[in-house]
Design a protein around this ligand. Structure first.
Ligand code: ADP
Ligand code: F6P
Length: 324
């Protein structure tokens, strides 16, 4: 068979996400079931270049499906962005008998997988990021857990915010993506949301909204702000000065990336990891696994990286109307 694979490597790269362990387990056990050997690479491409590689057995991935983070560890690696780094990575794969590699991460990690495929190593990407910002898929590993974590935290902030009749600005993760903000905006009944994709920040409009909702008797005003917009603390100071209503900022930060994965993240991550192993066993390379229209599917990495994803205008419209 062309591209026949005997040993499958797996690594996690970029920001960690709850469910990455379930995906690694999916890769390992599906590959073993297909009679392949499996090797784990620690710390993403950095660990590949440092040859931090270990054999994985079915026991190596016992009791991790419920664990947040990634037991293989993750990293960002500047050297791997260079052609020399990519050549070195491919040579280290060959030296260790790794002829197929599953890369669990975001778009950046997929670009790395694409470069390794060009160097002759069969690669398949699995979308792992809490940001949900990968165009070829409606689902990314970790988003479900992270958005539920953020939602529960915002509920708690809202309790104290209502008791004190304060305005609360709550900053959630998403440097370039507003999905957590938008989903929490709807799930938490936020009065305002600020997302990077539709940057139309108009502080006076928010101030007018707060003043109007106070007049109508509302005791809280929740503003969910994406990390990509940022400046929540200074925004709070200015809004308090303009409205005369006590305003506090809460930055949820990294707690959104941790925690035990939800059922959805465990199941989808397992499916995607297993599918990546199956694709490699079928001799496929330069592919990315995705979930679209109710199905797990795979795409050419070049096509996947060329796709665009926008936030749903209709969800934004509904989020606004729910806060009237
Ligand atoms: P994510 O995978 O979550 O998007 P990054 O963009 O930080 O995270 O990418 C993770 C790693 O993937 C980078 O540190 C780098 O090693 C590798 N990478 C990113 N972009 C490229 C690229 N264009 N070519 C080769 N490797 C890349
Ligand atoms: O995991 C996604 C993400 O949380 C983004 O929202 C954010 O921009 C980035 O990771 C920050 O991660 P780090 O500080 O680890 O680079």
């Amino acid at each position: 068979m062309a591209n026949e694979v005997n040993t499958i490597g797996v690594l996690t790269s970029g920001g960690d996400a709850p469910g990455m362990n379930a995906a690694i387990r999916g890769v390992v056990r599906e590959a073993l079931a297909n009679g392949k050997k499996v090797k784990g690479i620690r710390r993403g491409y950095q660990g590949l270049l440092e040859e931090d590689i270990m054999e994985l057995t079915r026991e190596s991935v016992s009791e991790i499906i419920d664990q947040g983070g990634t037991f293989l560890l993750t990293a960002r690696c500047a050297e791997f962005r260079t052609e020399e780094g990519q050549k070195k990575g491919a040579e280290i794969c060959r030296k260790n008998g790794i002829d197929g590699l599953v890369v669990i991460g975001g778009d950046g990690s997929f670009a790395g997988a694409q470069k390794l495929a060009a160097q002759g190593i069969n690669t398949v990407g699995v979308p792992g990021t809490i940001d949900l910002d990968i165009a070829c898929t409606e689902y990314t590993i970790g988003f479900d857990t992270a958005v539920n974590t953020a939602m529960e935290a915002i509920d708690k902030v809202r309790d104290t915010s209502t008791s004190h009749e304060r305005v609360s600005i709550i900053e959630v993760m998403g440097r370039d993506a507003g999905y957590i903000t938008l989903w929490c905006g709807i799930a938490n009944g936020a009065e305002d949301i600020l997302i990077p994709e539709t940057y139309d920040y108009d502080e006076q409009r928010i101030i007018n909204h707060i003043v109007a909702s106070r007049k109508s008797g509302k005791k809280h005003h929740i503003i969910i702000n994406a990390e990509g917009i940022g400046h929540s603390t200074s925004m709070a100071r200015r809004i308090e000065a303009a409205t005369g209503v006590e305003t506090r900022a809460t930055i949820l930060g990294y707690m959104q990336r941790g925690g035990s994965p939800t059922c959805k993240d465990r199941v989808y991550a397992t499916m995607m990891g297993a599918m990546a192993a199956d694709l490699l066993c079928d001799g496929k390379t330069n592919r990315v696994v995705g979930y679209q229209n109710g199905k797990f599917q795979d795409y050419d990495i070049n096509e996947a990286l060329g796709m665009n994803k926008g936030v749903s205008e209709y969800m934004i419209h509904v989020a606004k109307n729910m806060s009237v």
